[in-house]
Design a protein around this ligand. Structure first.
Ligand SMILES: CC(C)(COP(=O)(O)OP(=O)(O)OC[C@H]1O[C@@H](n2cnc3c(N)ncnc32)[C@H](O)[C@@H]1OP(=O)(O)O)[C@@H](O)C(=O)NCCC(=O)NCCS
Length: 302
């Protein structure tokens, strides 16, 4: 019997099924159904976001998505994500999704595509013309035993994101993001889009996200996203003038403690291999590596 694969555009109602496939593939990521629905529906027209799903006998077995990377000033940058449920691999589903998505990216003027793969997806990606650039380490920690909380330096006040002006959080996030290791500079995030994609995302838990304020200025922050009893660190950042004073360690220490008190049992995060300070902080907090993904790039022939 041959299986019938149907590929179609994903809609918000597919979020639950897509999340289930995602969980089967990435046990070390935390993303709720609401966050998946948000990811499917939040993109603006200029992002040219195309979310696809593959169904076998009416059941969602794979996800593929691509769009233009709008948070960088570099022209023509784009991204592509594909994952196929482990029970449905080696049947050409990933290749069909890749073909549709590369065609789309070419049509919307993308020049370079970035994707992340598991080590076991490397051959698939290389066959599609992708080549290695960076490594992204995923790590997790159980929140039962955390190191002692560092002292709060004088002049710094710790507050939750419930108590901060979103504009202050936007400023700190966009300044810190300029120094996060990446293939393209993160230098083009407008406030309205940041509000839609980050501040108002359903996974953002403002009561657990923590800021270190120096007067009205946000010196450091850590964003907590939740998925049931698991949390994901959306971003931790310290603005340059306040780096090297233990503030990132402090805000993340406090956030993990507050999360544990709120019933969260495990925390996950990802860091670029070149992010020495953040890897040092997470090692100190007790995170252990659970997976390394490869960040790959290919160019498109236009
Ligand atoms: C990563 C970042 C948040 C660190 O902020 P910070 O407030 O300076 O961090 P802290 O002072 O709390 O701690 C830094 C730790 O890294 C260590 N460190 C600094 N540079 C390092 C390097 N190149 N390699 C290894 N460790 C390093 C420090 O020694 C310190 O550890 P210690 O207290 O055990 O000595 C900040 O550099 C930043 O905003 N970077 C850009 C955004 C980013 O990459 N965020 C993380 C995304 S995953």
């Amino acid at each position: 019997m041959t299986t019938r694969v149907v590929i179609r555009q994903a809609v918000g109602e597919d979020a639950e099924a897509v999340t289930a496939v995602r969980r089967a593939v990435f046990s070390y990521k935390a993303m709720s159904v609401a966050a998946t629905r948000h990811a499917i529906t939040v993109a603006r027209p200029e992002e040219r976001f195309l979310p696809l799903i593959a169904e076998v006998d009416g059941q969602v077995v794979a996800w593929g998505a691509a769009g233009l990377t709008v948070w960088t000033s570099q022209p023509g940058q784009s991204y592509l994500t594909i994952f196929v449920h482990p029970d449905h691999r080696k049947q050409g589903i990933g290749s069909q999704l890749a073909e549709r998505l590369h065609q789309h990216l070419t049509e919307v003027g993308a020049i370079r595509v970035r994707t992340f793969v598991h080590p076991d997806g490397l051959e698939f990606a290389r066959n599609l013309g992708y080549d290695g650039t960076r490594q992204m380490h995923y790590a997790g920690v159980e929140l039962k035993s955390l190191p002692e909380q560092p002292e709060t330096p004088e002049g710094i006040e710790l507050v939750s994101f419930d108590e901060v002006d979103p504009q202050a959080a936007y400023t700190a996030d966009t300044i810190a993001a300029l120094d996060e290791p990446s293939d393209s500079p993160m230098d083009s995030m407008e406030y309205d889009r940041w509000l839609d994609e980050i501040w108002n995302a359903p996974s953002m838990d403002r009561s657990l996200s923590v800021a270190a304020m120096a007067g009205d200025e946000m010196a450091a922050f850590t964003i907590v996203e939740t998925d049931g009893d698991r949390m994901w660190s959306g971003m931790t950042g310290t603005i340059p003038a306040y780096r090297g004073r233990g503030l990132a360690k402090l805000v993340k220490s406090v956030a993990l403690r507050r999360a544990a008190a709120a019933g969260i049992t495990s925390a996950y995060t990802s860091n670029d291999d070149e992010n020495g300070p953040m890897l040092a902080i997470n090692n100190w907090l007790g995170y252990h590596r659970v997976q390394t993904e490869l960040a790959l790039l290919r160019t498109l022939d236009n």
